[in-house]
Design a binder for this molecule. Structure first.
Ligand SMILES: O=C1O[C@H](COP(=O)(O)O)[C@@H](O)[C@H](O)[C@H]1O
Length: 241
């Protein structure tokens, strides 16, 4: 595990954008495509804007396929739909074609949406091992990542899959990659900043004994891939040296 700590958000996003571009270049050189899983929520907006502006001419974006590590069970035109946030901040600005974007179909019931999403992934990988080139993840202040929330069925899900999950504290369904699917990726990067994430980060990174039911982000540990944390100083405030 590699922990990178930044003084400012600008430095963090600049470095993370460079890291995304570097992995994209390597993937395109090796496989002529880059399979990139986006994270949702509010944290990645500035990074996506950065990639769509400063990163615009640095790689061939036509060779990039975009996926979502989790989705909220809301219509595609709802502001909470992760796909809409990505559409506005990175996909439309870069002119990404629809057939390179794998949105979660929330017109379907959550369970069916998850099944169909996994089917679309299987089809894209065409029998090859499903190892994404890069999965970006955020982390909530309750230590959830993707939509693997504390004390939910997803914490114990051992299948390499996309699953639907009922999140009691939000009284809503989510559709999410399982931890085993995330852990098959070649590269996983967490983007975490802000003082409100400090308590969760302290446990996720700092605890010697794991409690994944309470801190689901502890489940992320790529089997053969690399895990990198991009965090700001505020989020590391409670970490011991
Ligand atoms: O609900 C979600 O939350 C996490 C963290 O979001 P943030 O707003 O604190 O950045 C996010 O990673 C996940 O994709 C999203 O659906």
């Amino acid at each position: 595990m590699n922990l990178l700590i930044y003084k400012t958000l600008e430095e963090l996003n600049q470095d993370l954008a460079d890291y995304v571009i570097k992995i994209a270049e390597m993937s395109i050189e090796e496989n002529d495509r880059f399979n990139f899983v986006l994270t949702g929520g509010s944290s990645p907006k500035a990074l996506y804007h950065f990639l769509a502006t400063e990163g615009q001419h640095r790689i061939d974006w036509e060779k990039v396929y975009f996926f979502f590590g989790d989705e909220r069970n809301v219509p595609a035109d709802d502001d909470n739909y992760n796909g809409l946030m990505a559409k506005k901040t990175i996909l439309d600005p870069l002119g990404i074609k629809e057939d390179h974007i794998f949105y979660v179909d929330t017109t379907l019931a959550p369970e069916k949406a998850a099944i169909e999403y996994k089917k679309a992934i299987d089809k894209h990988f065409n029998g090859e091992d499903i190892a994404f080139d890069l999965i970006l993840l955020g982390m909530g202040d309750d230590a959830h990542t993707a939509s693997i929330f504390p004390h939910t069925t997803l914490v114990k899900d051992e299948e390499v899959n996309v699953a639907s999950v009922y999140v009691e504290k939000l009284d809503t369904y989510r559709i999410s990659f399982t931890a085993p699917l995330i852990n098959k990726a070649d590269n996983v990067a967490f983007l975490v900043f802000g003082e409100n994430k400090a308590e969760a980060l302290k446990h996720v990174i700092g605890d010697t004994e794991k409690n994944v039911d309470l801190y689901p982000s502890q489940l992320i540990d790529p089997i053969d891939g690399k895990l990198t944390w991009f965090v700001d100083e505020a989020a590391t405030k409670l970490l011991e040296d």
